[in-house]
Design a protein. Structure first.
Length: 291
């Protein structure tokens, strides 16, 4: 049985209750799948209280003019890194405390039952890992890990938080809202005195183990996911508009292989014109109805 955390609907777009006929269609789709390939996006984590970027009215882009850090800017600019890490430092205690919701737990249980062949998440929030999913690829990495751009040494993000605290014992700032990647909004004045540690092994630049906007997913990881898709017999997209090509390419590959594709997302997606089934419902409301 699946425990049911109460959903946090602050960042979930309005939607109608699941249509019983559509639920029956999804049940049929899942029952017919023997090796289900699942791809999740930010819309599966909104019920845990994490905002997404693109949802109408409630997404980050709809509510603010803020945009996530660009890869090239982070690499090129020490002040951009200082700004990123100061904001991330303030946001981390809240961001790292988010817990999986019902949708994450259902997909974990489907994996235990042998229904899910592989799960690919575009999220960097570690909620699938916290839920217990194991047959999984974090397509864009995870904010809970940090690595050195020079020597490749990895540390836990929680460990880096302790380094930040040691370097900035008197530095304080109030968080003004949190973003999907754990970022918060701070002024330049708040950021200017924040000290950023270097790699303890080589003195190199530390970066979260995530694919920033403007960067690309490694060819090795892309090939690995294509192999898992090739072994699958159907594809379920949950909580993603698939606007980012790094995820969309796998839907195109599934279409090329003529795999049936079901899409569960509030609002339009790039797959709507070729998906076998489209459902405009909350993931945490609909997925538990499927047995």
């Amino acid at each position: 049985s699946v425990s049911r955390p109460s959903p946090n609907l602050t960042f979930v777009p309005a939607s109608l209750p699941p249509d019983p006929a559509k639920v029956e269609e999804l049940q049929h789709f899942v029952s017919n799948s023997k090796r289900l390939f699942v791809m999740t996006g930010a819309g599966i984590s909104t019920e845990s209280g994490i905002p997404d970027y693109r949802s109408e009215g409630v997404g980050l882009y709809a509510r603010t003019d803020r945009r996530p850090v660009q890869h090239a800017e982070f690499i090129r600019s020490a002040s951009a890194r200082q700004r990123y890490w100061a904001r991330n430092f303030v946001g981390w205690p809240q961001f790292s405390s988010y817990q999986p919701n019902t949708a994450h737990l259902v997909l974990r249980d489907w994996e235990k039952l042998g229904k899910v062949h592989w799960l690919v998440t575009q999220n960097v929030d570690a909620l699938h890992t916290k839920a217990g999913s194991q047959r999984m690829t974090e397509l864009h990495g995870c904010t809970h890990r940090v690595f050195c751009l020079a020597c490749g040494d990895q540390i836990l993000r929680s460990e880096l938080q302790e380094h930040f605290e040691a370097l900035n014992p008197t530095w304080k700032a109030e968080a003004l809202g949190v973003a999907p990647d754990g970022d918060v909004f701070l002024t330049d004045e708040q950021v200017c005195n924040f000290q950023v540690p270097a790699c303890r092994k080589c003195g190199g630049i530390l970066k979260p183990d995530v694919t920033f906007f403007g960067d690309t997913v490694s060819r090795e990881k892309v090939n690995f996911v294509h192999q898992r898709l090739a072994e699958s017999d159907s594809m379920l997209v949950a909580g993603s508009s698939m606007q980012v090509y790094s995820g969309y390419r796998f839907a195109l590959a599934a279409q090329e292989k003529q795999l049936p594709i079901a899409v569960l997302n509030i609002g339009p997606t790039r797959l709507d014109h070729f998906a076998s089934l489209k459902l405009n419902s909350r993931c945490g409301e609909l997925l538990p109805l499927i047995v």
